[in-house]
Design a protein around this ligand. Sequence first.
Ligand code: SF4
Ligand code: SF4
Ligand code: FES
Length: 293
Amino acid sequence: MAAHPGSNGSKAKAAKLRVFRGTAAGGDFQNYEVETYPGMVVLDAIHDIQAKQSPDLAVRWNCKAGRCGSCSAEVNGKPRLMCMTRMSAYPEGEPITVTPMRAFPIIKDLVTDVSWNFEMAKKIPPFKPRPRDADGNWRMQQIDIDRIQEFRKCIECFLCQNVCHVVRDHQKKEVFSGPRFLIHLATLDMHPLDTLDRREMVKRDFGVGFCNITKCCTEVCPEHITITDNGIIPLKERIADDHYDPVRWLLRKVAGKPRAHKVPAQPTEAGKTADISGRHRVDGGNGKGELER
Ligand code: SF4
Ligand code: SF4
Ligand code: FES
């Protein structure tokens, strides 16, 4: 077998792949053999198959750097970004199975129809900041920025959606948004400048109650976002507080006031503020926690 360029003249090893080929109407696995080289990832192997054996093999990808979230699939039954999954992670000589994400309808081969996710995203009312302060700035506390920063790493690979049993096995797509959008809702709900109270809709329209905290979503997130503990559980708690705290309930009834919004004020580190994108700057602010909540 020919040596792969860049492999220092060593003999290339062959890897076996079983790749799903088909459409929504049906399909089957096709066996392939590809030459491997150091650093090769599963997406490289798929591209090699496309180039040399099956030019009609359908695969979605874009960045090949774990940034675009396009190449999501299941490798040996586990949700993975193919471009970030080394061939060397699998035992030599054993076939590597590559299948499309199971939670979404197949379009062709490894490409699934993920448009349901985009429809779900469109349903979420966007960020609605309060007016700027008198000096034209927005001020936020560092603790509030830190709380939501990890959620912003999401690359929308939808691997968390793919493993969530509520979406995948129970097909609750009509009434449950899935973890990716629950963390998006958590980002908005925890944002100190946002003025919209989405808690009722998180329960009613996005089905947070269906999540039973299995944490499967957190386990597969390639960005290591602590989806359940840091996003969904606090979201559930805020809704539970609002609905089931008898004091708040009574106050609402008596005063006829809308639900309180956002978390209580925390002390601000003097002199530090941040702009709306979460970037920090020091401007000599008074640090008195003047945020509206
Ligand atoms: S923790 Fe909730 S959202 Fe995440 S996979 Fe489990 S049921 Fe789905
Ligand atoms: S939360 Fe993680 S697993 Fe889910 S879509 Fe975003 S990056 Fe992917
Ligand atoms: S190709 Fe962009 S994440 Fe894999």
